[in-house]
Design a protein around this ligand. Sequence first.
Ligand SMILES: O=P(O)(O)OC[C@H]1O[C@H](O[C@H]2O[C@H](CO)[C@@H](O)[C@H](O)[C@H]2O)[C@H](O)[C@@H](O)[C@@H]1O
Length: 367
Amino acid sequence: MTKQSVVVPEVTVAMPPNTAALFPYPPPRAMPGVAVRKKYLQAQVDLGSGLINGWVESMRASSPTHAKAAAALAAGVDDEHTAWMVKHPSALSKFDQIVAASKGKRIVMFLDYDGTLSPIVDDPDAAFMSDAMRLASRSVAKQFPTAIVSGRCRDKVFHFVKLAELYYAGSHGMDIKGPAKASRHTKAAKAKGVLFQPASEFIPMIERVNESLVEKTKCIPGSKVENNKFCVSVHFRCVDEKSWSTLADIVKAVLKDYPKLKLTQGRKVLEIRPTIKWDKGKALEFLLESLGFSDCSNVLPVYIGDDRTDEDAFKVLRKRDQGTGILVSKHSKETNASYSLQEPAEVMEFLLRVVEWDRLSKSRPRW
Ligand SMILES: O=P(O)(O)OC[C@H]1O[C@H](O[C@H]2O[C@H](CO)[C@@H](O)[C@H](O)[C@H]2O)[C@H](O)[C@@H](O)[C@@H]1O
């Protein structure tokens, strides 16, 4: 791939012609229980009447912090979880299987940030990464091309990670940049300075919606609006559950004036983003192409993430029948990932094992 075809300072992605398809009417009814859990896979939130309540239900179901579930898991009597682990085994216990699949292939590492490299905390501005995790990520990036793929704005996630040698795909992949300095990976792939911003025309609109949300959510204690440049997050984590529906209704009311924006759902967060067909899955494909792996069979993308928005990337891996998707979760969730890890500490262990395995592997072709 030539530099000219990779460096795209501003690219407009065609808007879907019919937004009605994105906001169906009449909306499907909210589903309780297992069905709600299955809705986990559907990141986009419908704005129709009643569905915001369905979303609130779904948010409760997909963030199982309730004592009962935790106790069942601790006591080893959660049959559903046991069955889930059979389908999505630990990437640590299946480590040999994962690295065997990479034989003769280049690993490219994709890492989500919140809940994957840093533990989930109440204050989004305090989601710091440990020094040990930073060292592990740096070691990974020495061996393999490595990208951080986050819902956060690129500058903010860089501020947390602080590693110049990585690729960063911020705002759910709507803001992609290559390493500041050329590395052996970037030299090989001629991808230094990659910049892709398919939603730049939305920045003024995002600023307006951010201001409006800040103003209108002031009345909800604990709510927080975070401007992620190409998207906006409205945080529910510190809001009393009794006020979740009210907060969701406020978001929905603001969004009514912005038909070119849509809602997606994360961990106790609603995310407002442009209706362009771009997501973490597309970002993964873009980065693979930029690295010169578009139609290659000799690449093994490994994507590790914890959230619904990461499902777009897991889906791409499944569709390509290539690579390894790893969901970070202690609880059973519908997912397109093949493996699981319980928490960031396990992610770090996995990364260090991959680095060590690669060092010891004499047969592995080098860059
Ligand atoms: O794609 P990610 O890197 O996982 O980013 C998704 C969102 O992550 C952040 O929110 C989440 O983490 C917070 C800190 O632990 C937590 O307080 C919040 O409840 C989580 O949803 C970030 O603040 C959002 O802007 C990202 O969109």
